[in-house]
Design a protein around this ligand. Structure first.
Ligand SMILES: Cc1ncc(COP(=O)(O)O)c(C=O)c1O
Length: 410
């Protein structure tokens, strides 16, 4: 069975490689066009595309001169792939607990974490809820520390009318399967700071690797399969299949096994392929529709969950979130995770632990249990429901009925 899949796969890759070689030259500028279109949408001057979002963060940290002995502050409710670049440059992550409504950094705890070694504050807009940017920028400016925004989950979210990603010295974005839009995997740095842009450009010229043809082709095939087969009712089965294939090295997984420890893989610092660039360009054209759809889904979930007796988040008026997934607390998260695939419900598990996923060896990332109690509670209780363009009111109804069957936390 495995051999048959492997040979079929190889045959497919050879065909796509030929087509790719032909189209590659024609579209060598696809990445550039994607960068320009994305920068234009955000309203900033510079954008640099990468193989993944974590690579984008690495480029920012290197270009800001973050290194051995430095500290980077971030919320203790994140993905370990976000922490890896900090460790790769030799810095220490310093975790701030979150507040329980938006799941973002609790700004009342931020200042006490700042030391003479703090080099960057990472403002992660969790699930798409904007961070308290006024307070963060005020503290950061008083201490002369640059703020970098993690916009991997927050495309189109606004704080006091201004787009997330335009507050700090730079922002980075992810285009992985579960993100606001996807190029399979992919990432971007955006900045309005000419000096930083020059440094990133220089770093890329010196060190950026070109994605191997085989990986780019495989990813192109995966994008086609994703478009054809992955819908809310099929997501659970597709995820199981995807993980099975990833373990056997038959597909491009979101993370390689070696990325679950803080040692930088040799091929980490990689640029974006033209196939990803073309896919991204198509997605930027539909970005406003995507945002409108997510806002509509959020309103539907708010409504259904209120009717079901849940307290929906009371977000200040000056925050305009665009949710990548709709977070909701349940009585028994493990039961929900176990039951959802059988009920054909697309249920997300972010974040399973303060440095998602649950397999993360947290001690290697300087996290000790009890450091962020509010985040740890959220990890035990929060699951999330989809808001992406393939969802509709019926997806939301099924999701909320499922959540009701699990129950509210006491
Ligand atoms: C909040 C957050 N930031 C950054 C990343 C890294 O993005 P990527 O998978 O594109 O490297 C993730 C990963 O899922 C994430 O959840």
């Amino acid at each position: 069975m495995i051999l048959a899949i492997r040979s079929l796969w190889k045959h497919h890759i050879r065909i796509v490689e030929k087509q790719y070689a032909k189209s590659n030259e024609m579209s060598a500028s696809a990445v550039k066009k994607f960068e320009q279109a994305f920068a234009q949408w955000l309203g900033v001057r510079y954008a640099f595309a990468f193989w993944k979002g974590r690579v984008a963060l690495y480029a920012i940290l290197r270009s800001l001169g973050v290194g051995q002995g430095d500290e980077v502050i971030l919320p203790g409710y994140t993905c370990v792939m976000d922490v890896n670049p900090i460790k790769y440059v030799g810095a220490t992550p310093v975790y701030v607990d979150i507040e329980p409504i938006t799941y973002n950094m609790d700004v009342t705890l931020l200042e006490e974490k700042i030391t003479s070694r703090t080099k960057v504050i990472l403002a992660q807009h969790t699930y798409g809820y904007p961070c308290e940017m006024d307070a963060i920028m005020d503290i950061a400016n008083r201490h002369g520390i640059p703020v970098v925004e993690d916009c991997c989950l927050a495309m189109g979210s606004r704080y006091k009318g201004k787009l997330c990603g335009t507050f700090g010295v730079a922002a980075y974005w992810s285009f992985q399967w579960n993100k606001p839009f996807t190029t399979g995997i992919g990432g971007m740095v955006t900045t309005d700071d000419a000096k930083l842009a020059e440094k990133i450009q220089h770093l890329c010229e010196k060190e950026l690797l070109t994605p191997p043809k085989k990986a780019s082709c495989l990813l192109a095939i995966q994008r086609v399969i994703y478009r054809a087969f992955v819908y809310p009712r099929t997501t659970a089965a597709a995820t199981i299949m995807f993980r099975w294939l990833t373990k056997r090295g038959l597909v491009i997984g979101s993370s390689a096994t070696c990325e679950f420890e803080p040692r930088m893989p040799d091929d980490f610092f990689m640029g974006m392929s033209s196939g990803q660039g073309r896919a991204g360009l198509q997605q930027v054209k539909k970005i406003e529709q995507n945002i409108t759809h997510r806002k509509e889904m959020q309103a539907i979930y708010d409504n259904l969950l209120t009717q079901a007796g849940w307290d929906v988040p009371n977000i200040p008026d000056y925050m305009e979130p665009v949710l990548v997934r709709y977070p909701v607390r349940v009585a028994d998260k493990q039961l929900a995770i176990a039951k959802a695939p059988r009920k054909l419900v697309e249920l997300g598990t972010w974040f399973e632990c303060p440095l998602h996923p649950i397999e993360t060896p947290m001690h290697m990332y300087d996290y000790r249990e009890g450091m962020c109690p509010v985040a740890e509670k959220a990890c035990r209780e929060v699951v999330n429901l989809p808001t992406h363009p393939r969802t509709n009111a019926s997806t939301a109804r099924r999701g909320v009925e499922f959540i009701q069957s699990i129950g509210k936390p006491s």
